[in-house]
Design a protein around this ligand. Structure first.
Ligand SMILES: C[S@@+](CC[C@H](N)C(=O)[O-])C[C@H]1O[C@@H](n2cnc3c(N)ncnc32)[C@H](O)[C@@H]1O
Length: 280
């Protein structure tokens, strides 16, 4: 199974980059399981068609599909609200994989930048239909010190509020790497920028086996946070705007159960932190 995914669907990718296939397939096909969360991701559908059905093998559990569709819907909403405030701003997706938020968030005035590891950017170019002059991509390794300076943004854009998205990425980095990524953002992002990132409970660390789709890629969970406040505390410029839990997608009974367990778990099993960068 692991070999099929690597050889047929994404020949250049290692275990962590291969996890992009989970999000891709979930966005392209997940609406058959969760129609109310259908993102209408025509780009993902097109890419999956170009890639061939063998990529479907990566999806091996339903919760992974729900996680992706739920956070996609949430990030779309947060992004739309951000661009209402800053219609000409730049969105930057850190570890974008094959996702394309600009298909939904393009307002004709804003800009978008997707960055990921070089092999992934090559795959994006091969698979993703070009659709806008205002969308760009670039190779950036978030674990390399000083990566912020390599973002292909001009100086002017680096001084206006940015929408920063980092989804499905941090849990695959070590705690030291996550701190360094957040430090890089906190030390450099302009005041008023917003960061949306997901996190899972530290109880999940080392347990990719509980998420069969992730396990099928060979990737492992290395970092977790008890709640969004813990993420905000990684840098003094980060202010928590809101915390969201995937339990919302399962209904009130799940939210209630999760709330009752909070004294032991510290927060959501899987959540999204919406943060803002305060003044330097
Ligand atoms: C689960 S995928 C998520 C992709 C995308 N954010 C989404 O939700 O569809 C994880 C992504 O993180 C990227 N990634 C992992 N480590 C990275 C690093 N050091 N620098 C940049 N991207 C990285 C992988 O290449 C992969 O595209």
């Amino acid at each position: 199974m692991k070999q099929d995914i690597h050889v047929n669907a994404a020949p250049l990718l290692g275990p962590v980059p291969s996890t992009l296939l989970i999000s891709l397939v979930a966005r392209a096909r997940g609406s058959s399981l969760y129609p109310w969360l259908d993102p209408g991701d025509t780009q993902a559908q097109q890419m999956l068609q170009n890639m061939g059905d063998q990529a479907l093998a990566v999806l091996q559990d339903h919760p992974s599909v729900l996680n992706v569709l739920w956070r996609t819907q949430l990030i779309k909403q947060i992004g739309a609200a951000f661009f209402t405030h800053y219609p000409q701003a730049h969105g930057v997706n850190l570890g974008a994989g094959l996702s394309d938020y600009f298909q939904w968030l393009n307002n004709g005035q804003n800009h978008w930048l997707d960055v990921d590891l070089e092999d992934v950017v090559i795959l994006r170019h091969a698979l993703l239909p070009w659709h806008s002059e205002a969308a760009h991509d670039g190779s950036v390794d978030l674990t390399q010190p000083g990566w912020w300076q390599q973002l292909p943004l001009n100086d002017d854009d680096k001084h206006k509020p940015l929408l920063l998205v980092c989804e499905g990425v941090l849990m695959y980095l070590t705690p030291t790497q996550v701190k360094a990524v957040i430090r890089e953002i906190g030390d450099n992002a302009p005041e008023g920028s917003e960061l949306v990132c997901d996190f899972m409970t530290p109880l999940g660390i080392g347990h990719a086996d509980l998420a069969p789709s992730v396990a099928s890629t060979g990737a492992e969970f290395l970092w977790g946070a008890h709640n969004a406040l813990e993420v905000a505390r990684l840098h003094p410029r980060l202010e928590l705007l809101s915390q969201h839990t995937v339990a919302e997608a399962y209904g009130w009974a799940s939210c209630w159960t999760e709330m009752c367990m909070t004294p032991w778990t510290g927060g959501p099993m899987y959540g999204v932190a919406h943060l803002q960068l305060s003044e330097p």
